[in-house]
Design a protein around this ligand. Structure first.
Ligand SMILES: [Zn+2]
Length: 352
């Protein structure tokens, strides 16, 4: 952290106590077992659904994966279908002709948006907050969001029980539900007990209005965030066992979160360093919105080294219904290998 020491303030202690009391009382409901851990809500509805691998060309279900002592759940907010030419101009059109199974019926790339809930013990970290009421530029694709808080409620997770919100980057499909307008039309934090964390290298250029690509609303996001933001640097531990790895290029301070779990396991939440599994195999194919292609290629090189390390999982926001996986390397190069993850709820946005 570069501006304030994390977690030790009286306010922070108060927030932690509040978060604990909220999750220990009414939120989990009478049906929750006494020792509910954070586990109780997630057993909800999905306990008997076997883990399975979804389709790459489908919108993501609300899936959960436990790695060591950490549980990750994709809190799905939005449907997005990316235009393969508009969003990924570097990918030869012949690639899609050879892999029609990777496209939706309308010939687009299925890419949901949302947040990933990270739970350890009683603590809850939410990485990114979906698209909300934002929409993709028509040249990039079509979108419909706004389900994040509804999905959390369906999981029986109270917004007040989230102690930390951390952003991989500030694009509109990752920041949509950070703030909500109150009765006086004043934006207030959607997660009122959470610290809001952004990499310093991401915050500064957006706050100076040097970045326009994908920038969130000034009045409804940047200004209210400026009142509460806590900034961190490369390598900082932003939450117990979660370290920031700055992987710039898609945006100036784009951040990967490296989550350490018991047994020497790790999960990398790599944000938008990759938008589709094809880029794992062909890291030289950047994405249209990337602001610094050279930096993206360098970041991907670093990431692939880390992703192919033993006992390493990854979470990919936009990989269709295959958001949890590993990266394996063989004679043909690196490859996304989706892993079975339990579906708790179906994708929350009905088809248009
Ligand atoms: Zn994105």
């Amino acid at each position: 952290m570069t501006d304030r020491p994390p977690k030790l303030s009286r306010r922070g202690a108060l927030r932690a106590a509040l978060a604990t009391s909220v999750s220990a009382t009414g939120v989990l409901g009478a049906a929750a077992p006494a020792d509910s851990r954070a586990a109780a809500p997630h057993g909800f509805g999905g306990a008997h659904r076997a883990p399975r691998i979804g389709a790459l060309n489908a919108q993501s279900a609300v899936r959960t994966l436990t790695v060591g002592d950490v549980r990750l759940t994709y809190v799905v907010d939005a449907t997005m279908e990316l235009d393969p030419v508009g969003f990924l101009p570097a990918v030869p059109t012949g690639y899609w002709r050879e892999h029609p199974e990777q496209l939706t019926a309308s010939g687009r790339i299925a890419a949901s948006a949302g947040g990933v809930l990270v739970e350890r013990g009683r603590r809850r970290l939410l990485i990114d907050v979906g698209l909300g009421s934002n929409v993709l530029a028509p040249s990039l694709g079509i979108s419909h969001g706004g389900a994040l808080l509804r999905t959390l409620r369906a999981l029986q997770v109270s917004a007040r029980s989230i102690d930390t919100v951390a952003f991989t980057h500030l694009h509109t499909d990752h920041t949509g539900l950070g703030f909500l307008r109150d009765d006086h039309q004043v934006p207030q934090p959607a997660f009122p007990c959470a610290d809001y964390l952004v990499a310093d290298r991401e915050w500064e250029p957006f706050w100076r209005r040097q970045v326009t690509v994908g920038a969130p609303s000034w009045d409804d996001f940047m200004v209210p965030l400026s009142r509460v933001v806590r900034r961190f640097g490369d390598g900082d531990e932003i939450w117990p066992g979660v370290t920031a790895l700055i992987t710039p290029g898609h945006s100036p301070g784009h951040t990967t979160y490296v989550i350490s779990a018991t047994g020497g396991r790790r999960v990398l939440v790599f944000g938008d360093a990759f938008h589709t599994p094809a880029q794992i195999t062909r890291p030289d194919w950047p994405s249209g919105p990337d602001v610094d292609v050279d930096a993206v290629l360098k970041a991907r090189h670093t990431l692939l080294d880390r992703l192919t390390a033993p006992r390493t999982h990854a979470f990919a926001f936009h990989f269709g219904d295959q958001v949890f996986g590993r990266v394996v390397r063989d004679a043909n190069g690196a490859r996304w290998h989706p892993v079975p993850a339990r579906p708790l709820l179906p994708h929350p946005i009905p088809p248009a």
